[in-house]
Design a protein around this ligand. Structure first.
Ligand code: FAD
Length: 445
């Protein structure tokens, strides 16, 4: 206690706790924060974990902005520590003599191990880690078949998911009693060319309500057209929990067909988190291990092809437009994510993990569960996978979803000039090659 007095902390008789923010960078509809505030004084903390260095510069810039906005919303009370949370959190709890560290539960493979380790350390000091809520409408592990098994097919999952339901959003705590403590300051904001969308709860809720009022009723008709601004663009903020899916579900109405489609996209997000929760290895390994038998290329020629894919120089305009949109804006339209992913795996015969890693480096919404299972869907090796033999044809996909060429011209200014490359492969031949390689999967036991 003498150390605490020396450091100049407030010292009252009320309960003191820490709210450790992770993927829940908001004050509204935050059950863990509300519970902590109802009990007494709270130290709001974010730990800049060196493990975050793997995220690309655009996502780190977004994280910086989300933290700055959260700090503002707390009136400058946010304490940021840089280091391994396994050291920082127990040390902070000792420093302020917190009885409880509140978190929104993390169900990812890394977060679960980290939290178990931290819960043990806190327990040793007679403190506890208390998880309330998660970044999902329905916590992973909750939706199960009648026999208790997890689902591996989306449609029955989504029916049960709806039946499980979710609680109504709650307000931000009225007058939180923040504890003061020294902060290491926000992480450095990387210099990026990508436009980072405005962070902060007010901005993000305003973005949602604009979309809800102007775009949601046309969602099912416009969401597949990459030239059109027909989707919510909320994914980066769902990733960091500036907004919670519960808030979007509460303000949309499943009786409208378009709104129900939007809600079911949020169910996909929960589904993939659930799949990853039950099969943590499926982050980087085939969910369907029959696909371990498939042959991908890894040689120098494969690396050269990969480079052309990354740079958006394949000679297939819809693929190249998508890759340029990704690198230049930190986001790619969902339809084009499916096309570019299919092209990498089935036209270039490269491992899906190469593409998934590249996406995670560049996407502002880069998320292990949605990204890597989106990739496994495209590669045919995941749950609910597109049948492997249904190979996307990039030319007919473009004709169907970008019939006027508006999207491809927007991202490829040289498209109509001699500077644009010829197609790097013959799609028909590579499709056959993909099907031939698939025979090994069919033959494996
Ligand atoms: P909207 O159409 O407005 O949808 C609303 C929300 O629903 C999204 O913000 C997202 O949280 C969720 N959602 C929508 N579609 C999906 C889906 N297919 N799977 C899971 N959640 C979905 N999404 C990510 O959030 N992070 C990723 O790293 C990611 N990587 C992907 C990689 C591939 C290969 C594919 C095919 C899809 C990936 N997606 C990922 C899913 C989807 O492309 C994005 O969520 C969507 O494009 C985000 O734009 P939006 O917010 O405007 O979506």
């Amino acid at each position: 206690m003498s150390d605490i007095i020396r450091r100049g902390y407030n010292w009252g008789m009320t309960t003191r706790s820490i709210v450790w923010f992770r993927r829940d960078l908001r004050l509204r509809d935050h059950p863990a924060l509300s519970e902590a505030c109802s009990e007494g004084e709270v130290l709001p903390v974010f730990v800049v974990d060196p493990a975050f260095d793997g995220a690309g510069a655009p996502r780190r810039a977004l994280l910086h902005d989300c933290l700055a906005a959260l700090d503002d919303a707390t009136g400058g009370a946010l304490v940021v520590r840089h280091g391994d949370p396994a050291d920082e959190i127990p040390a902070l709890a000792d420093e302020i003599d917190a009885s409880t560290v509140y978190v929104s539960k993390d169900y990812g493979p890394y977060g679960r191990k980290r939290d178990e380790q931290i819960a043990d350390a806190l327990r040793g000091a007679d403190r506890r880690l208390r998880g309330i809520g998660s970044p999902y409408a329905v916590d992973p592990g909750t939706v199960r078949k009648d026999d208790g098994d997890p689902y591996s097919v989306f449609t029955p999952f989504s029916k049960k998911w709806r039946a499980c339901g979710w609680s109504d959003p709650i307000d931000a705590p009225r007058r939180p009693n923040w504890i003061e403590a020294p902060s290491d300051g926000l992480p450095e904001r990387p210099d990026v060319d990508v436009d980072i969308p405005s962070a902060g709860e007010d901005n993000v809720l305003a973005r949602w309500r604009r979309f809800r009022d102007d775009g949601l009723d046309d969602y099912d008709e416009r969401r597949d057209l990459p030239a059109v601004d027909g989707t919510s663009r909320l994914s980066p903020f769902l990733k960091y929990g500036v907004v919670h899916p519960r808030q979007l579900l509460a303000e949309s109405d499943a009786r409208s067909k378009a709104q129900a489609t939007f809600q079911s996209e949020l169910a996909w997000r929960d589904f993939y988190a659930d799949v990853l929760f039950h099969s943590p290895d499926s982050a980087w390994e085939h969910w369907n291990d029959k696909f371990d038998a498939i042959r991908y290329d890894h040689n120098q020629a494969a690396k050269n092809k990969f480079e052309r894919w990354c740079e958006g120089r394949t000679g297939f305009p819809i693929v190249d437009a998508g890759m340029r949109q990704l690198v230049e804006s930190g986001w790619m339209h969902n339809r084009v994510r499916m096309i570019t992913a299919s092209f990498l795996v089935k036209d270039l015969h490269l491992p899906w993990t190469w593409g998934a890693r590249f996406f995670l480096q560049h996407l502002l919404d880069g998320d292990l569960a949605s990204n890597n299972h989106g990739w496994q869907w495209a590669a045919g090796s995941g749950t609910d996978a597109a049948p492997y033999f249904r190979v996307f044809n990039p030319t007919s996909q473009q004709e169907r979803w970008d019939p006027d060429g508006e999207y491809v011209h927007r991202w490829i200014p040289e498209l109509d000039s001699d500077d644009y490359p010829d197609p790097m492969v013959d799609h028909k031949a590579e499709r056959q090659e993909a099907l031939d390689r698939y025979e090994a999967v069919k033959g494996s036991s």
